[in-house]
Design a protein around this ligand. Structure first.
Ligand SMILES: [Zn+2]
Length: 247
């Protein structure tokens, strides 16, 4: 029998809270790809590659808000959650085309934050795009990240009227992303955590940027090691089947 992802309620950041909520809403169990693997219920990596003990949370002046598409909080390949692991003041919401969480609206209108929507400049009217963060006294920059596949992020961008008046801060990939965990991504697209690492560097939060980067490097290595194990296992299983067939 295939083990399913179960959740141990040890909620200590917003993404873990969303995951719990999303699992409770599901009428059937969510099965991640490669679900035969026994995964850590917190970091979702195969248990032998668990990186939970290396999480060292910190505070930063910049704040992140993740708008997550549907099952994104449940996916082992999701990287937005890494931001919340290191910066637990990160907020997270499940995106919906028809409704908006009132808490998200409250956050967007809160005077202690200066919100920016993070999205490529080519999708917006030029007047809306900014390349720099205006560090206003007493305000935290609030970076709104659309967390999903590229097609999902575009959909969230187009169909969220409450984001329409926010300035767009454009982060362009000046180097290739080497996080090719998802077949749909291309070299030009940075994954969510890579964008956050760049944003933190841009606003001179170097320690936070470096800490998040080293956590991401660690995650990437372990994720890919888990993937390699799985391919090897399926290869062995497959050749065993072939042998049986020949016998
Ligand atoms: Zn873990």
């Amino acid at each position: 029998m295939e083990p399913e992802i179960e959740f141990t309620p040890s909620v200590d950041n917003a993404v873990l809270g969303l995951r719990e909520k999303r699992l409770a809403q599901s009428t059937r169990s969510y099965k991640a790809r490669g679900c035969r693997v026994i995964r850590c219920t917190r970091c979702l990596l195969p248990k032998i590659h668990c990186l939970c003990s290396s999480i060292s949370p910190m505070t930063s002046d910049s704040r992140f808000c993740l708008l997550m598409y549907d099952t994104e909080p449940l996916k082992p390949s999701n990287t937005g959650r890494l931001i919340a692991d290191i910066l637990p003041e990160t907020t997270a919401f499940i995106w919906s085309r028809t409704t908006v969480d009132p808490q998200l609206l409250t956050l967007l209108s809160d005077n202690s934050y200066q919100p920016y929507l993070i999205f490529p400049a080519s999708y917006a009217l030029p007047g809306r795009v900014t390349k720099t963060v205006d560090k206003q006294l007493g305000k935290h920059p609030l970076f709104i990240m659309l967390d999903g596949t590229w097609a999902e992020a575009r959909k969230m961008f187009r169909k969220s009227p409450y984001l329409d008046n926010l300035p767009i801060l454009a982060i362009e990939a000046d180097e290739s992303s080497d996080y090719l965990l998802r077949e749909a991504s291309t070299k030009e697209q940075l994954c969510t955590v890579e964008v956050a690492i760049k944003l933190l560097a841009q606003v001179n939060e170097i320690t936070a940027s470096e800490q998040l980067n080293s956590y991401f490097v660690n995650f990437k290595q372990r994720y890919l090691a888990g993937k390699a194990n799985r391919s090897l296992e399926s290869l062995i299983a497959h050749s065993a089947e072939n042998c049986t067939a020949k016998l």
